[in-house]
Ligand binder design. Structure first.
Ligand code: ATP
Ligand code: MG
Length: 141
């Protein structure tokens, strides 16, 4: 359903630090339903493709390097107004500027290693969900 899903990744450093479980608990407690999930390491080509919109930005190479440094957890989350609701839960890009109680404030360590990704529009939520998951991998009532 358009407007009701968003795509998240728990980034490699957060997984390495043991925060995948606590972050999924925060997501669950905030009322999101996980309709697809996988644990995988992105290849360089996959990370480059996922972040293609940022290819001209100065941080692109470092971002690709950090996103391929270990496994991530990718998930499709469902909730009314999911994109906006999830971005409110995670806070802004820089954990230092994220409000108390937000996921990035609690689990992020830097603007690059900011614990999680969240889609920025309904259109990108669909594109990013299709990047990771086939229809067979989704559990929809
Ligand atoms: P995301 O897309 O991961 O949810 P975002 O939408 O808050 O984060 P974007 O502007 O889309 O931020 O940037 C994508 C990712 O690139 C950020 O999550 C962050 O890891 C990294 N990034 C963004 N700006 C910088 C920067 N100035 N320096 C280093 N890394 C950055
Ligand atoms: Mg973004």
């Amino acid at each position: 359903m358009t407007g009701n899903i968003t795509l998240t990744m728990i980034k490699p450093l957060a997984v390495k630090q043991g925060f995948a479980g606590p972050i999924l608990a925060r997501i669950n407690d905030a009322g999101f339903r996980i309709i697809a999930m996988k644990y995988m390491r992105l290849s360089e080509a996959q990370a480059k493709a996922f972040y293609d919109v940022h290819r001209e930005r100065p941080f692109y190479q470092d971002l690709v390097k950090s996103m391929t440094s270990g496994p991530i957890v990718a998930a499709i989350l469902e909730k009314e107004n999911a994109v906006e609701a999830y971005r409110a839960l995670i806070g802004p890009t820089d954990p230092a500027k994220a409000p108390e109680g937000s996921i990035r404030r609690q689990f992020g360590v830097s603007i690059e290693a900011n614990a999680v990704h969240g889609s920025d529009s309904d259109e990108n939520a669909i594109i990013e969900s299709n990047f990771f998951f086939s229809q067979l991998e989704r559990f929809i009532d």
